[in-house]
Design a protein. Structure first.
Length: 444
């Protein structure tokens, strides 16, 4: 225990977990330290498992593996609890501005007024892009998916901002963090403008984060654009609800990429690529496509049967979660918001929303969904709100990426500062051929 690094000993319970392995009739018992968490189950420290026992563990999808220590976000799937630095997602979503939550995730404490203002100033000076970077967009086809543009342009930031690539320098890490958070809405809005052939709109720094994004998305140089406050409030909430979510696929991707000391822009680009998949951030787009395909309430049973049919690859998009097994607290906040937003933007009796509610009602009474604990997740409602506020379908996952950048950056910084951190290098269970005789091509 004494040889362990500082951050472990803080959490050590001074207790050991005992395991007995029997191989070839010989029984051996090994002990491994038990570590506590502030919240959540105890953790067995198996770092010495292989050297002590010669065994590896097999855990595809990391269902039982904690890949790191973190003090940023806590999720309890049974209770439907999501906390950022100890604050509930409901409180944050209902009372905060997005940059307030960004500060909390980055620095661990909720900012006071002057800290908030200073932070906002630090961010907004970086909202513009290097002019040469803007030329980068011309290399994409007009019909490129905006997520493809995001992966490319965010990765390219490392070719433009050489003064924020040195990971060992805390000031450079800070600068890279500001740049990523500030530039992401600009990069995202430009991806959209490019796809519709409209001129890029420069940021307006007197606007709040979500407002500025709406301005860059929807304003045109030829007329005066006023941001709709209700829409901006809804978007602010959506950004907060997507800001971080513990060690999900894209965050783990960012951490793994960063563990090799890759630069922060490259790491965040890798997170965007991972988020794109329909099992992760791409689900909000997939939900809308699915609702359109279902089309009318009468067809819901047909699609539910398909979702239950193991020979059919179709899954009910926006349903299910690796961790949440009762409800997704983000979905609860968004469901409430849905009514409010649809009313405020004058889209009462939205047929897709009605269809979504009916689908939810029927699925939640279905034995298959009850037994497997499948509930609507955050993507089920976010798509409907985004559609109601005029965000095009192909931009849904992009908005998720804009918001999640704050989480990725916070988790990346935490990893870099962690004394226990080392390059991520999972092992495998090899099931290929054992070593065999090689014959030159003429002899085969
Ligand atoms: N529709 C039908 N069956 C489902 C669904 C679904 N949406 N989700 C899970 N199942 C079934 C699955 O077939 C499996 O059945 P069985 O035990 O008979 O093999 C069981 O439920 C457990 O599912 P799993 O795939 O082992 O669970 P997982 O934790 O690996 O996957 C998930 C979680 C979110 C990828 C999955 O539920 C899914 O594909 N949902 C639809 C896509 C979606 O909405 N994704 C957004 C997730 S939330 C936002 C985010 O994190 O990005």
């Amino acid at each position: 225990m004494s040889s362990q690094k500082k951050s472990d000993s803080i959490a050590s319970l001074d207790q050991m977990a005992k395991f007995t392995f029997t191989k070839n009739g010989i029984e051996q018992t090994f002990e491994f330290p038990l570590l506590s968490q502030t919240l959540g189950p105890e953790v067995i420290d198996i770092r010495e498992l292989y050297t002590k026992t010669g065994y590896l563990t097999y855990d595809p999808g990391f269902t039982s593996t904690a890949s790191c220590e973190s003090s940023i976000t806590f999720v309890d799937g049974e209770q439907g609890l999501l906390l950022h630095r100890g604050y509930s997602i409901q409180d944050l979503a209902n009372h905060c501005d997005f940059l307030e939550v960004a500060y909390l995730l980055l620095y661990g404490e909720i900012p006071n007024q002057s800290q908030h203002e200073k932070f906002e100033e630090n961010i907004i000076v970086h909202t513009m892009l290097h002019e040469q970077l803007i030329n980068f967009y011309q290399g994409f086809r007009r019909d490129a998916h905006p997520m493809a543009i995001m992966v490319g342009v965010v990765g390219a930031l490392s070719a433009f901002y050489h003064d924020s690539l040195d990971l060992k320098d805390p000031e450079q890490r800070e600068l890279a963090s500001y740049r990523l958070i500030a530039k992401m809405p600009s990069i995202a809005a430009m991806a959209y403008k490019y796809s519709v052939g409209q001129p890029f709109m420069y940021p307006r720094n007197e606007l709040k984060y979500a407002e500025n994004f709406l301005h860059m998305m929807f304003a045109l140089p030829s007329y005066d654009y006023q941001v709709n406050k209700t829409v901006a409030r809804a978007l602010n909430k959506i950004f907060i609800l997507h800001a971080d979510h513990e060690q999900n696929a894209s965050t783990s991707t960012v951490r793994l990429a960063g563990s090799s000391a890759a630069n922060p822009f490259a790491c965040i680009a890798s997170g965007i690529a991972s988020l794109w998949g329909p099992a992760h951030g791409g689900a909000n787009e997939a939900v809308l496509n699915m609702l359109k395909e279902i089309g009318k309430k009468e067809r819901i049973p047909e699609f539910l049967n398909r979702a239950k049919d193991k020979t059919d690859p179709f899954r009910l998009m926006g349903f299910g979660h690796r961790i949440y097994k009762n409800f997704d607290p983000r979905a609860v906040v968004l469901k409430e918001s849905c009514h409010e937003v649809l009313e405020a933007v004058g889209v009462k009796n939205n047929p897709l929303f009605e269809l979504a509610l009916e689908l939810e009602r029927i699925a939640l009474q279905d034995d298959y969904f009850i037994e497997k604990k499948l509930f609507p997740n955050v993507d089920f409602y976010s798509g409907i709100i985004l559609q109601a506020i005029g965000i095009p379908l192909s931009m849904f996952t992009v908005l998720f990426a804009v918001a999640r950048t704050v989480g990725w950056v916070s988790q990346w910084r935490e990893m870099i500062a962690d004394p226990v951190q080392k390059i991520g290098r999972p092992r495998q269970r090899y099931i290929g051929p054992s070593q065999r005789q090689f014959n030159p091509v003429k002899e085969r």
